[in-house]
Ligand binder design. Structure first.
Ligand code: SF4
Ligand code: SF4
Length: 493
């Protein structure tokens, strides 16, 4: 179709201009619970690197430490080596399944109460309110032209934010370095460039995400809201508006209206700036602050609380059905409130999530309990594959690697099976009374030996024959073994 002679309509813009949200403070049980969670989580984050844990001489005494230099992760009595990184994968899988289970039961409690973005944004908003005032004062201040007072208030806010961001970046670095040492190094300018880089990076990230990006992180950057809907059903507890009770909304004294007096208190406290009365929305992080705000209004109006509540969609629908055809009056309220539906905790999806959670936890526990504290690996030299000595004997060379995850010095006799009469020499190792090389491991470390295996001169050998290296303890019991092959030209006398 031609548009000649007419002006085609402009395509709708795919971009929405950012509107700054000015959340108002609110008091109530949800808000108090959120403060308690915030303080507990921040306390844990800042204090944990300072906890000490005695692991004996030569070992770091920090309870929780990721020691990148030595390839160790310390968590109180647990010590993981790089090759045990699958435990971290298991913990991430457990966390993901746990999140699925919690979301299917209680909606977006992770987003609303415990997500770091929520916790730090809440803290930054508290600082902003403390310095610049509550919602209306801040809106007025933002609308004012720049003045000395406005500049001072903004500067104080940003200074406080930067101080929190620096503390956050500093605490993060402490999880990777000895906390007292790295703190002193940062303060005295003696820290490495790497430490300053990551300190600055995490401080800047905190400042930007909690100070400026805020709800945009949840709405545009975080993938979780996109697929968390798959975990929810109509039995999940979510923050809901009881529209059957509130609508039609109207002013307090208006006739024939519901309980919502359209005061917009629920919108004004919302950290993402949405209106929960519009229904379930991707932007709603489930923080429940609108529950407190509306309950406060209902209390003042002497009406039943719970116009906005943590409620299942099934119960909302059932309450609505019970009031169908009734006019917005006491009868409708009583009929709706009489519907009492206990959320079904045991449902196919919660059973599935719980079963997978328990299974993964048990597998991880079993793997942890049964994990080897010693591992033995052997690498055969590839160039040359073998050496023919002056007397015609064939020699192969190997590198033996023994990891000792204990803090004890241990000694083992090395024996070889599969090549009768072979001479076994481990360079830089003494021989025990029986003539076997004695391999002495260092504690909490990896020890390597170059091992030479020489077949007896004149032995008839296939081109490749399997051999087994075994480590025996002082009582002659096998502790570890590993297999390899012995190569020769083959068929030679
Ligand atoms: S706070 Fe309650 S009464 Fe006020 S607008 Fe929101 S839902 Fe309506
Ligand atoms: S709508 Fe309510 S629960 Fe959702 S983000 Fe806003 S205040 Fe929090």
């Amino acid at each position: 179709m031609s548009h000649i002679g007419t002006s085609p309509a402009a395509p709708p813009s795919l971009y929405a201009a950012h509107r700054k949200v000015h959340p108002r403070s609110v008091n109530g049980p949800v808000r108090r619970f959120k403060w308690a969670v915030l303080m507990a989580l921040l306390g844990l984050y800042y204090i944990v690197p300072w906890l000490r844990w005695d692991r004996g001489p030569g070992a770091p005494d920090q309870a929780v430490l990721v020691d990148m230099g030595h390839g160790r992760l310390y968590f109180f009595w647990i010590e993981l080596w790089p090759q045990e990184v699958y435990f971290l994968t298991g913990i991430l899988v457990l966390a993901a399944i746990g999140l699925f289970a919690v979301t299917s039961l209680f909606g977006r409690v992770w987003c609303g109460f415990t997500c770091p973005q929520t916790v730090w944004t809440d803290l930054f908003m508290w600082v902003e309110r403390a310095i610049q005032g509550d919602r209306n004062t801040r809106i007025k201040l933002d609308a004012q032209p720049m003045s000395g007072r406005k500049a001072a208030l903004k500067a104080a806010t940003h200074a406080a934010w930067l101080a929190i961001a620096a503390a956050t970046g500093g605490a993060w670095i402490m999880y990777f370095n000895d906390a007292p040492t790295v703190t002193l190094d940062i303060l005295t300018g003696d820290a490495t460039a790497k430490v300053y880089f990551f300190f600055g990076l995490f401080a800047l990230t905190t400042y930007v995400l909690a100070g400026f990006a805020r709800e945009q992180v949840c709405t545009y950057m975080c993938p979780w809201p996109r697929f968390q809907a798959a975990m929810l059903d109509n039995q999940s507890l979510v923050v809901s508006y009881r529209g059957w009770r509130g609508e039609p909304r109207g002013k307090l004294k208006a006739e024939g209206v519901g309980d919502c007096v359209d005061c917009r208190a629920c919108v004004h406290v919302c950290p993402t700036g949405i209106d929960i009365r519009d229904g379930q929305q991707l932007e709603c992080i489930g923080c429940g602050l609108c529950v407190d705000a509306c309950n406060d209004v209902m209390k003042k109006l002497d009406r039943p609380q719970g116009l906005i509540a943590f409620e299942t969609l099934a119960n909302i629908a059932a309450s609505e059905a019970a009031t169908r055809g009734m006019t917005p009056c006491k009868a409708r309220l009583e009929a709706g409130m009489a519907v009492r539906h206990v959320p079904k905790m045991i449902r196919p999806r919660t059973i599935l999530y719980s079963a997978v959670l328990v299974a993964v936890a048990l597998v991880m526990l079993g793997a942890f309990i049964l994990r080897d504290m010693h591992t033995l690996a052997v690498l055969r030299d590839r160039a040359p594959l073998y050496v023919t000595l002056s007397d015609g004997a064939i020699r192969n060379a190997y590198t033996l690697k023994l990891a000792n995850k204990t803090r004890e010095i241990e000694g083992y006799a090395l024996v070889l099976d599969g090549l009768p009469g072979a001479r076994l020499v481990a360079q830089s190792a003494q021989a025990d009374a029986a003539g076997h090389p004695l391999l002495t491991t260092r504690p909490d470390g990896l020890t390597e030996w170059r091992v030479l295996v020489t077949a007896p001169s004149g032995a008839v050998l296939p081109q490749s024959m399997p051999v087994t290296f075994r480590l025996l303890d002082g009582a002659g019991r096998q502790v570890l073994s590993t297999s390899s092959v012995f190569l020769s030209p083959g068929g030679r006398p």
